[in-house]
Design a protein around this ligand. Structure first.
Ligand code: BGC
Length: 252
């Protein structure tokens, strides 16, 4: 059976699992550790090593995909919204390969989640444009046109009341972390999401929105409150999409 390992590094947690590529499902437990405070390259590498050890795959020769919450271009991380600024312009793929002593496939976390949902989940067999957004510590996005990924779209950094991504990224105002930080009710938070999704809908006229991230466990709390012309549905693999997509891309 075709298998691969996926690691999903997020602003809050680092999760990993072994993926059955045919069924597009986790076939192991989902292992998780907290993202180390400050999320420096050195500490993140240590945490990734730890989840791989817990999964008992440190010496495995299965393909390994690693998803990371930043712009990823030619193996380099080019941004750092919820992780250490050391990642900006950093040879991240090489750093992980050297540190883990093996080849990896290194991708953006929302792009990985989008690939999982288009290959094995909510956007399977969807023609046209699907936009997946992950609502977590930040907001990630993946554009899939007829199933093909357009990487690094970064919709969480549309500007809201300000002029730079340093202080005015819309994710600071409407990611799931904003709801927790500001103690917003579902209604208050959904009103913010409405502004975000309405604007994205106007800009791109997608055929489908898929909502990922941990909060997609509770779709009934906010999806019915959104008024959009585009269908909007939760990710089927919820918080495991990043793991599944990273593994799936690693096996390509
Ligand atoms: C990052 C994205 C990432 C998203 C979700 C944003 O702050 O810029 O690259 O996909 O958070 O983790």
């Amino acid at each position: 059976m075709a298998k691969a390992i996926g690691v999903d590094i997020g602003g809050t947690g680092i999760k990993a699992g072994i993926v059955d590529l045919k069924r597009g499902k986790l076939e192991s437990d989902r292992v998780r550790v907290d993202t180390p405070k400050g999320a420096s390259p050195k500490d993140v590498l240590k945490a990734v090593t730890e989840v791989l050890e817990t999964l008992d795959v440190s010496k495995s020769d299965l393909p390994l995909g690693v998803a990371f919450p930043a712009i990823v271009k030619n193996g380099k991380t080019l941004s750092a919204a919820n992780v250490s600024k050391e990642w900006v312009g950093f040879e991240a793929e090489k750093f992980f390969e050297d540190g883990l002593g093996r080849d990896i496939t290194f991708v953006n976390d929302a792009d990985a989640a989008g690939v999982a949902e288009v290959r094995h989940g909510a956007a399977r067999d969807m023609g046209g444009l699907t936009i997946l957004t992950t609502l977590g510590t930040g907001i990630g996005s993946a554009f899939l046109l007829d199933g093909v990924l357009l990487p690094n779209t970064e919709l969480g950094h549309l500007l809201y009341n300000g002029t730079s991504v340093e202080d005015a990224s819309i994710e600071k105002w409407c990611a799931y972390s904003a709801m927790e930080r500001e103690n917003l009710s579902w209604e208050e938070w959904s009103a913010r999401l409405q502004v975000f999704y309405k604007h994205v809908e106007f800009l791109f006229t997608p055929d489908l929105f898929v909502v990922g991230g941990g909060v997609s466990k509770h779709p009934e709390k906010f999806i019915p409150l959104l008024e959009l012309n585009t269908p909007i549905i939760p990710a089927i693999h919820r918080n495991s999409s990043g793991i599944i997509g990273a593994a799936s891309l690693a096996a390509d």
